[in-house]
Ligand binder design. Sequence first.
Ligand code: NAI
Ligand code: MG
Length: 366
Amino acid sequence: MANPSLLILAGDGIGPEVMAEVRKVIDWFGTRGLAFDVTEDLVGGAAYDAHGTPLTDATMDKAQSVDAVLLGAVGGPKYDVLDFSVKPERGLLRLRKEMDLYANLRPAQCFDALADFSSLKRDVVAGLDIVIVRELTSGIYFGEPRGIIEEGNERVGINTQRYTESEIERVARSAFELAMRRGRKLCSMEKANVMESGVLWREVVTEVGRDYPEVALSHMYADAGAMQLCRWPKQFDVIVTDNLFGDLLSDAAAMLTGSLGMLPSASLGAPMANGRPKALYEPVHGSAPDIAGTGKANPIACILSFAMALRYSFDMGAEADRVEAAVEAVLADGLRTADLLGEDGVQPVTTSEMGDAIVAKLAESV
Ligand code: NAI
Ligand code: MG
């Protein structure tokens, strides 16, 4: 069988710096007989500098043909003057749109060594491991009509929440599939009490749930869900919600666990001919121009994004566990990049030292 294929788009700023550390992890798996066919290409400002566009058609075609795309970050002040149509972010948006990545997975996972880093009590977050699935391609950010109109003597701002049955169904299916691989518990959040789109959301999720009798499905109003996420997040395993609520809930849940430098994500689309979903994995953070080139970037978010690729694109759950355990182990040893430092006088390690330490833990684990 052919090796699994991976397109790496490191992008701008700290993107290439953190991706270099992911390459060490990928190369380590290569030495263990688990080789990936890796292609590298340009996205964002780097692609603009080389080709005058943040994503060429050739790169787009490659992204459509590989098993998974791994992206670093795009953007930077150098590109602020560019026309909107060629801004670095447009490259990422084009990938998401043309690959039709409708399910955005945002884990909130608390590594024990960082539990005191949270704004919540250690008890509440220690051992936390949940995933929020946010619908990404429809809902109020896209619905028509929209705009600012004149009505009588004043202006009116309009956005429309609109969900079709099939849009709800496909993201619900992604969430149930995810729940099947995890704790078999899914909580769907909407506002069916005040929104018709929420009523339909609840109905369709319930219908899809009949195909997954092993998954315990519950429903919660999204505002109550926000409270419960702060009160006792460990009651959840997988949460599925719409684009707007997911935007807010996933940012809030992410912060339960600490630094932006720790947060991975996956965006999944429809299953391809080989049964794998279209997939793009990326850290939640941006290109961090303020620290680019200084060796301060935390590579863990990007390394954990690769672990998600192992789990969700390549069915390599044991390997994904191994990467996460290596991250847990270096943190337990007290290694910290600058973003993870408290006030206890610990000396930070560099981006590359963190990557090396994670690979060393991987090697110890066999
Ligand atoms: P950012 O996420 O790049 O940085 C926010 C803060 O977090 C900065 O102080 C940065 O130093 C720190 N930080 C981020 N990642 C870190 C890491 N791995 N290790 C240590 N510290 C880290 O967001 P910001 O500053 O709003 O945006 C900077 C640029 O990135 C902009 O051009 C923006 O458009 C772009 N951006 C790109 C994203 C993407 O590619 N998906 C997402 C967010 C922003
Ligand atoms: Mg957001």
